[in-house]
Design a protein around this ligand. Structure first.
Ligand SMILES: Nc1ncnc2c1ncn2[C@@H]1O[C@H](COP(=O)(O)OP(=O)(O)OP(=O)(O)O)[C@@H](O)[C@H]1O
Ligand SMILES: [Mg+2]
Length: 250
């Protein structure tokens, strides 16, 4: 760190933590992404928005090895991770929280979090991970013995996010964390993303809720039909008449 209170001079762009370069990807013979690029710098919150079917989830699946990449490169922290599966990305510091609040319904909240920590061998580190997640979501601490399948939708989303956080990731990939939640839980999800960002976690967030995402995003990408359509700071896209007309209901 170079310290001091003097005005900060913008540094030349560092190598991003994650970069998706001209990626073509799909499922079997179905092509979904036709040359998509995106980048996430360390500690940044980056939004991915666009209409249904644009390929937003497929980008996260391409990064985590669930969609097949036929061309292009995915790099993380200086390594080529193209085609590397999600379970092998975990030890590198990438957590993936898929769309649909996938929790182990027949396990308790605590057991669900424990599943997230399967790679954490050290007992002290595990304990620290539980404390961190229970501090972030006091509601989960209150309900640690409840079966996850009996929690509300919003609470299950906290379990899903909490599970991803158990390994202390540097980058979290979140697919529609606020989808289908009641307004107060939507607000809680966005507050959570902001506090995780304040703790230095980088995030790539796919969201339907474009306005709220752009409001907190350092950068955002608008996708359409498997291609990049617009990109800029969250504020740029929030002010862009085209984004406003197409996705923000102006
Ligand atoms: N497993 C799959 N096999 C074949 N096609 C798929 C598969 N998953 C997604 N697709 C297709 O890929 C395209 C993009 O889907 P994707 O889920 O990435 O879109 P999205 O932008 O996340 O949409 P939404 O906002 O509805 O979640 C769609 O046409 C979809 O039908
Ligand atoms: Mg999707």
């Amino acid at each position: 760190m170079t310290g001091g209170a003097e005005a900060r001079i913008p540094e030349p762009l560092a190598t991003p933590l994650l970069s998706v370069d001209d990626v073509h990807a799909g499922y079997g013979r179905v092509r979904v992404l036709h040359g998509v690029s995106a980048a996430v710098e360390a500690g940044q919150l980056v939004g991915l928005i666009g209409p249904n079917g644009a390929g937003k989830s497929t980008i996260l699946k391409a990064i985590t090895g669930f969609a097949r990449v036929s061309a292009g490169r995915i790099r993380y922290d200086g390594q080529d991770v193209t085609g590397v599966r999600a379970d092998r990305l975990v030890p590198l510091g990438i957590a993936y929280v898929p769309q649909g609040r996938l929790v182990f319904a027949q396990m308790t909240v605590h057991e669900n979090l424990e599943m997230g920590a399967f790679t954490v061998r050290d007992a002290g580190a595990r304990q620290e991970a539980f404390s961190r997640v229970y501090d972030l979501f006091p509601r989960l601490a209150d309900r640690r013995t409840q079966l996850a399948g009996t929690m509300s939708g919003g609470e299950q989303q906290m379990v899903a996010i909490g599970r991803g956080l158990m390994v202390r990731p540097r980058l979290m990939l979140l697919d529609e964390p606020s989808l289908g939640l009641a307004p107060r839980f939507v607000a809680l999800v966005f507050e959570t993303l902001q506090s995780l960002k304040a703790q230095g976690l980088a995030m790539l967030v796919v969201e339907q809720n474009a306005a709220q995402t752009l409001a907190i995003a350092d950068r955002a990408y608008l996708l359409e039909l498997g291609r990049n359509r617009l990109e800029g700071t969250g504020a740029d896209l929030l002010a862009n008449p085209e984004t406003r007309r197409l996705y923000l209901g102006d």
